[in-house]
Ligand binder design. Structure first.
Ligand code: URA
Length: 418
């Protein structure tokens, strides 16, 4: 087989066999096919698409390109969750402890994100002392002891995806349904959970701009999950506006703690209860409605917050953060309030623009090796559908360095008036 023939076949709209896909992925992972040919194939798939069988074959080839995590040492149905990303998405830090508090073990691996803010791993590591570099045997031990562990993805997990995702990032080939579906599901399958809950976003702050595209992505991923014997369900959620009121790293840990204490914004709470309901329902084999009631109870009785504190301690962080987050994180050195420049009705704080404000404040990174500022972020005061008066506070920007006009402009222009 020759890589160039596989590229030409897809370029001309052909259907690749499972053998051709496996050959290409194995050779690329082993360094026998170079980035130029892999980029050509990714671009051909971007324009020509892949049918369902090709997407499943690509997923399996990537899942089997490295380590397959064995979670059989953990009793019970292990349920994983994946959000397709977005602005202010802190759901894992809420949903995982809620699910674990309801008796469903959560052994979750997450990656470091490129983007407006860090990913779950970066957000958790903004807690002083906490490290998510946890080997699989230690993860199993922590889950058996506490019921919960969120660990950083090891470099041996789906290495083909790691190389391809980095390549897609710089070749304009991210926004392709088969490529996203295979990328996400390969990591979830390799990470070893029995069941998977997918939180698929659509809107200005998401890869998928429309609900229809998000539904297509969700259906593709659920189909792949079922094909490999993992129960998979998907929930769709808008990312036209940020999720919750805080966007950043430590600021999102604080907001997660607020929700686990019974506070927080309504949209975030409802979405997390919905997701946790799916995880608990799959884990315990009960109806999603019944599972949602259990999820709510774990917040009301404090058991979910206790689980989060146990996980933080098991991963080397200071569990006191759950009692007094400001004491642990400190107050960011610089802050600036953005105010309404006119009277009127604000329709929304656009997710993408708020994300850019957070990014320029230092909350995210452009390449994996970039440092980022754990205390940089945006706290929304007004988010959507609200009458405002000139001078009224809309949001507060935080950073460890002086706040630039650029960040302020992103935040100001995020507010869309009727
Ligand atoms: N997240 C992933 O893990 N992969 C993609 O391709 C897109 C989002």
């Amino acid at each position: 087989m020759r890589a160039v023939d596989i590229i030409i076949k897809k370029r001309d709209g052909g259907t690749l066999s499972a053998e051709e896909i496996r050959f290409f992925i194995d050779a690329y992972t082993a360094g026998k096919i170079q980035d130029d040919q892999a980029a050509a194939l990714m671009m051909s798939i971007f324009f020509r698409g892949m049918d369902y069988k090709e997407t499943a074959a690509l997923t399996l080839a990537m899942a089997e390109s490295g380590e397959q995590v064995d979670l059989s040492g953990i009793k019970g149905v292990k349920v994983d969750k994946h959000s397709t990303g977005g602005i202010g998405d802190k759901t894992s830090m809420i949903v995982a402890p809620v699910t674990a508090a309801c008796g469903v073990p959560v052994a979750k691996m997450s990656g470091r994100a490129l983007g407006f803010t860090g990913g779950t791993i970066d957000k958790l590591e903004s807690i002083p002392g906490l490290s998510t570099s946890i080997p699989v045997d230690k993860m199993v031990e922590i889950v058996n002891r506490t019921g919960i562990c969120i660990a950083g993805q090891t470099s041996e997990l789906a290495p083909a995806d790691k190389k391809l995702y980095a390549l897609r990032d710089v070749t304009g080939t991210i926004e392709s349904i088969p490529l996203i579906a295979a990328s996400i599901m390969s990591k979830k399958i390799a990470a070893g959970a029995d069941a998977i809950v997918l939180d698929v976003k659509y809107g200005s702050g998401a890869f998928m701009k429309t609900k229809e595209e998000a539904q297509k992505l969700a259906d593709t991923m659920c189909g792949i999950g079922e094909e490999v014997g993992r129960k998979t369900v998907a929930v769709l959620n808008t990312m036209e506006i940020p999720l919750g009121m805080c966007i950043g790293n430590s600021i999102e840990v604080k907001e997660s703690i607020d929700v686990l204490k019974g506070g927080g914004s309504q949209d975030l709470k409802e979405h997390c209860i919905h997701l946790a309901g799916k995880m608990i329902g799959l884990g315990l084999g009960i109806s999603f409605g019944e599972a949602e009631k259990m999820a709510q109870k774990s917040i009301d009785d404090g058991s979910a917050l206790k689980k989060f504190a146990e996980m933080i301690a098991a991963e080397g962080g200071d569990p006191e953060v759950c009692k007094d987050p400001d004491k642990i994180f400190g107050i960011p050195a610089y802050s600036k309030t953005v105010r309404a420049e006119k009277d009127g009705h604000i329709v929304k704080a656009d997710a993408y623009r708020i994300g850019m404000a957070a990014f320029t404040l230092g909350a995210g990174r452009a390449v994996k090796t970039d440092p980022f500022d754990p205390n940089a972020g945006v706290k929304l005061i007004v988010k959507c559908d609200e009458e405002v008066k000139t001078g009224q506070e809309l949001c507060i920007l935080y950073s460890s360095k002086p706040i630039t006009e650029e960040s302020e402009n992103w935040a100001k222009t995020a507010y869309i008036y009727e």
